[in-house]
Write a new protein. Structure first.
Length: 154
């Protein structure tokens, strides 16, 4: 990877269940200017964090060193719109050694406590700022994911 200092990137291989492995890595502080707001994107992963992993605590720990004005963008797996079908998929994942923890809207809201949600808030991902350009509108029961963007105050 190469680029300008303003657009530099780094790759860090770490286990999300261990936020310190990310936050204590030299590449973290060398790459990000924590004097300026940054974005933390947690996309299509928290459904693989089980209750004993404390997914909300992990996300909060990752947000902690980020300055005020930083952003959190997340997607959170749910079975609320098609419990039978999504439950079947979750059982298939578990049978292959990848258990999932799907969350309700109330549980999804916990990730954003203390943050300022951007409209439309926590909604199914296909309802987050649709542009109307698509010819096929997905059915709610076909989308097993909530999504939201929020700003860290300060």
């Amino acid at each position: 990877m190469s680029g300008t200092p303003a657009g530099r990137t780094a790759y860090l291989e770490a286990d999300m269940r261990d936020p310190a492995a990310v936050l204590d890595a030299p590449a973290f502080r060398e790459t990000l200017d924590l004097g300026e707001p940054v974005a933390l994107t947690v996309i299509a992963i928290v459904h693989f964090l089980l209750d004993e992993h404390d997914a909300v605590g992990i996300v909060r720990r990752l947000l902690e060193p980020l300055p005020g004005g930083s952003w959190l963008a997340m997607s959170i797996g749910t079975a609320e719109f098609a419990p039978d079908e999504v439950g079947r998929v979750a059982r298939e994942y578990a049978a292959r050694g990848m258990p999932m923890r799907l969350r309700s809207l109330a549980e999804a809201e916990e990730f954003f406590t203390g943050l300022d949600l951007v409209e439309p808030g926590i909604v199914q991902v296909h309802k987050w700022r649709p542009d109307g350009a698509g010819t096929v509108v997905p059915r709610d029961e076909d989308i097993a994911m909530y999504g939201a963007v929020a700003r860290k105050p300060g």
